[in-house]
Design a protein around this ligand. Structure first.
Ligand SMILES: [Zn+2]
Ligand SMILES: [Zn+2]
Ligand SMILES: [Zn+2]
Ligand SMILES: [Zn+2]
Length: 413
């Protein structure tokens, strides 16, 4: 295993399909692109334990493990409550993270026969490298996002006999109905039209006010379909949507970790020179975007100059200031402060009994892209969100709950 860290950057998707399940995307915002459409986290699991409202989908990271057959496909789904008062400083409150896996042969995606190659880090990328990162257009053309890979026969009986011939890999599974608002599991139905599903009463009420009331009776009478409604049910619930593109951290930043010890002053001068030079990562960010990313860091810096850990954080990040994810399974997280890191006792073992280890972290720059840095002082924020996962990546049908920890910037002046 190499010591390389993979960095995630946001990009606007070139076509919407890139963000859908058959492409195994890593993505931010919008609705989750579920890996196993029949086993989603329940609405109880995604509800905030403090306020009881549905948590908002924050991001997903596709991170298959090539040496673990049951994790040939493997995706993490991270949710958080957008209500700032539900979050405590330096805690696991307010976030939930789920791990979902599928073997190479499964009921939902065609087994394309290609072996993934290269090291583990190559396969978490979505653009730069590796067979698994190519969009599987062949899959997409033969099935829709949430339908099992059944042969689409006009005559239903043919489909059934085909599936019997093909054996257990084509077991027909009913996809879980999705909440029309947020895209999570939607066990509740509108009681009038019985055509749309909701995760919770809260989203049903929102959708009613937002526009469903204008269409409900038409939907009920079959005079229109959900596809025909002319408003966006996800409006103001889902966060801005982006593709997450993974790339290796540049070697220069790694050397920084080795700690060639120059004075703090020098490093900060270099950093500011770097910022002025505009030599940022070239991903899609406008000039003002770069400025805003910078301002997130400036804000954090103002209260924390005395914190050596923060300064090390900032130096490391300065090589790629727009990174929003750092991925390194079994690695060491880049902490934002000397305070508030989780202690070993804070990180519970997996339900299977195995220890959890660090896998990836969400960086504060993401707040800018999600426009969460602008919503007055009363908005959700974080220094970093650390994700710890089962060290054996145990398989169970459905989603495994993993562990997320929010570390805040130190408030010391
Ligand atoms: Zn809450
Ligand atoms: Zn919902
Ligand atoms: Zn209705
Ligand atoms: Zn486990």
């Amino acid at each position: 295993m190499t010591g390389k860290v993979e960095l995630g950057f946001v990009e606007k998707a070139e076509c919407p399909e890139e963000l859908t399940s058959p492409y195994f995307p890593s993505k931010v915002g919008g609705r989750p692109a579920w890996l196993d459409p029949t086993h989603l986290p329940t609405s109880e699991q995604t509800a905030c334990r403090v306020c009881g409202l549905p948590r908002t989908f924050l991001l997903q990271v596709y991170a298959p493990l090539e040496d673990t057959p049951s994790a040939f496909h493997r995706t993490f789904f991270l949710f958080m409550c957008l209500n700032p008062s539900c979050h405590q400083k330096n805690s696991a409150h307010g976030f939930s993270v789920f791990r979902c896996q599928l073997p190479k042969t499964n009921s939902f995606y065609e087994d394309s026969g290609e072996e993934s190659s290269g090291d583990e880090s190559a396969s978490i990328g979505s653009e730069s490298t590796g067979a698994t990162s190519e969009p599987r257009v062949d899959i997409f053309s033969t099935q829709t996002c949430f339908s099992p890979s059944q042969p689409e026969a006009v005559d239903g009986s043919t489909a059934v006999s085909e599936s019997l011939k093909q054996g257990p890999s084509t077991v027909v599974a009913e996809p879980t109905p999705l909440c029309v608002v947020c895209g999570s599991a939607g066990p509740k139905k509108c009681s009038r039209c019985r055509t749309v599903h909701y995760c919770s009463r809260h989203h049903q009420t929102l959708d009613w006010r937002n526009g469903h009331k204008l269409f409900c009776s038409d939907l009920a009478g079959g005079r229109c379909k959900q596809q025909d409604v002319t408003y966006d049910p996800s409006y103001r619930v889902c966060l801005p949507e982006f593709l997450l593109v993974m790339e290796e951290e540049p070697a220069a930043a790694m050397e920084e970790e080795e700690g060639v010890d120059r004075g703090e002053e020098d490093r900060m001068r270099d950093y500011h020179k770097f910022v002025k030079s505009g030599k940022y990562h070239d991903h899609d960010a406008s000039r003002s975007g770069k400025k805003r990313v910078e301002s997130v860091m400036e804000k954090a810096e103002s209260g924390t100059m005395s914190d050596k850990v923060f300064r090390a954080f900032r130096r490391r990040v300065s090589f790629e200031p727009e990174q929003v994810i750092r991925y390194r399974r079994g690695g060491v997280p880049l902490l934002v402060s000397r305070d508030g890191a989780p202690q070993a006792a804070d990180i519970p073992p997996c339900l299977c009994g195995a220890k959890r280890q660090f896998e990836f972290q969400v960086m504060p720059q993401l707040l800018y892209y999600l426009k969460l840095d602008t919503v007055s002082e009363a908005s959700v924020d974080w220094g970093t969100v650390l994700i710890y996962t089962c060290s054996t990546s145990c398989f169970s049908t459905g989603c495994c709950v993993e562990f997320a920890w929010k570390q805040d910037f130190s408030a010391s002046k």
